[in-house]
Design a protein around this ligand. Structure first.
Ligand SMILES: *Cc1c(COP(=O)(O)O)cnc(C)c1O
Length: 452
């Protein structure tokens, strides 16, 4: 009889994170100093990030040890279950076996805590007193608030204004864990003031909130900045997801043919998929890796590969990535965690080398998928995670059409219990798909060629 869920014991929590850069033939291009246009010196970053984090950001080591204190804290909710979505399989009448790694069981409701804990830990180790960050839908801010509370660090969060207003519960969660939360753009920074002068009614964006958090950290020697996605060290920390899933698939005596993650900046996608992609890179094992991105913010599907800023004001280093341009303003879709213009340098290189595939999904299809999943597996998924579910469903239908058994694995990056307003708009049919024209994309990508 097949098993519904596969659980591991605390001893199975990985002892090291996996760094895929060690196994890439074409390494990611280096980030550039925006002023000199020369490859960045690691020391340039140490005013912004904790030293150990900078070391991880540029590391080429294959395995990086997880500190004991972080592993102890991972035990609060890790290892997470791997679940066979038998209910969903039945509803689809598919011969495919669908598995999902349930990251929604973390105390904050998403995978973000996997990186928030080590980031807070390394800052604390270095004697940093205060952390700044930005948050979109609030999941990263909530995760970091809890992590900072565990390590006794002060935290200042710039929260994208549209989410601050639409998702008051995550703001309240951050307050519960002791963080200060400011809606962005704000009048507390030069970057915020500049944006507000141009567009007083703006709903904000992740790129703007990053500019504000970076500016505050750069001015205070006791403060450092943290980011919840995109950068190499974040992706590294998230590989605990895929490393556990690898063990669990072994117990199920199956290897995935397809691994899927929704895609914002790439952290849960890389976390679930890189440990499996490793087998393709090192042993030639056949596995398809698919990123699921919103049709309204399609950087991997329709963006260009260029050097671009990670933020809107242009304060960060220039990163080589698939991007819609740092001035791109995504539509106010409910998957707030996927509203980001760029893709992270490792994933971008892998995409360029055709090692990862992409599918872009219209908003209504993602909620169709989310509601079907809720009714068959019980969990109400985060609007971000519904993108991965939608691709899993497409692939399971394809397997049915081909009459082939396939093993499909996706990451359930979070639950949607704090996003019910979004589901309500879906039920009342006040939700739409947002068409994005080529002209709009050209407007924000055409300026990039001159940057690097
Ligand atoms: C933040 C978030 C995402 C998107 O971020 P990635 O770094 O691309 O993983 C996806 N799902 C959930 C639940 C999130 O909180």
């Amino acid at each position: 009889m097949s098993r519904k869920k596969i659980l591991l014991s605390e001893n199975d929590i990985p002892k090291a994170w996996y760094n895929i850069v060690a196994d890439m033939t074409n390494k990611p291009l280096p980030p550039l100093n925006p002023v000199t246009k020369r490859p960045l010196n690691p020391e340039d970053l140490e005013g912004l990030f904790a030293k150990e984090i900078v070391k991880q950001e540029i590391s080429q080591e294959r395995w990086i040890e997880i500190p004991d204190e972080v592993r102890e804290l991972y035990k609060i909710w890790r290892p997470t279950p791997l679940v066979r979505a038998t209910g969903l399989e039945k509803a689809l009448g598919t011969p495919a076996h669908i598995y999902f790694k349930n990251e929604s069981v973390s105390p904050v409701g998403s995978h973000k805590l996997n990186s928030a804990l080590p980031q807070a830990y390394y800052n604390k180790q270095q004697g940093i007193k205060r952390i700044t960050t930005e948050t979109g839908a609030g999941q990263w801010g909530a995760a970091l608030s809890f992590a900072c509370s565990l390590f006794g660090l002060d935290l200042l969060v710039y929260m994208v204004k549209v989410s601050y207003e639409q998702k008051p519960y995550r703001r309240m969660m951050m307050h519960t864990w002791g963080a200060e939360v400011i809606p962005s753009p704000s009048t507390t920074t030069e970057a915020g003031l500049q944006i507000l002068a141009k567009d007083p009614e703006t709903s904000g964006s992740l790129g703007i909130a990053i500019s504000e958090a970076v500016e505050v950290a750069a001015k205070d020697p006791d403060a450092r900045y943290t980011l919840g996605s995109v950068l190499n060290h974040v992706i590294l920390h998230q590989t605990v997801i895929g490393l556990e899933a690898e063990k669990q698939m072994e117990i199920a005596e199956e290897f995935p043919d397809i691994v899927i993650g929704c895609f914002g900046g790439g952290s849960n996608f890389s976390g679930i998929s890189f440990p499996f992609l490793r087998h393709r890179l090192t042993e030639g094992k056949a596995v398809r890796i698919i990123a699921a991105e919103p049709a309204s913010c399609p950087k991997l599907t329709r963006g260009t590969f260029e050097y671009d800023f990670g933020d809107t004001a242009g304060l960060t280093p220039l990163l080589p990535m698939y991007t819609l341009g740092h001035d791109f303003h995504p539509a106010d879709i409910h998957a707030g965690g996927l509203r980001y213009h760029g893709a992270g340098t490792i994933v971008s290189q892998l995409r360029k080398d055709s090692l990862v595939e992409v599918q872009d999904i219209p908003q209504l299809e993602t909620f169709d998928a989310g509601v079907l999943f809720a009714n068959t597996e019980g969990i109400i998924p985060a609007p971000e995670s519904t993108h991965a579910i939608a691709v899993a469903i497409r692939e399971a239908k394809q397997a049915k059409a081909e009459g082939r058994q396939k093993n499909i694995l996706f990451c359930l990056s979070g639950h949607g219990l704090i996003d019910m307003t979004a589901y309500d708009q879906y039920y009342t049919k006040t939700m739409n798909n947002y068409q994005l024209t080529d002209e709009e994309i050209r407007r924000t990508t055409s300026v990039l060629e001159k940057l690097a």
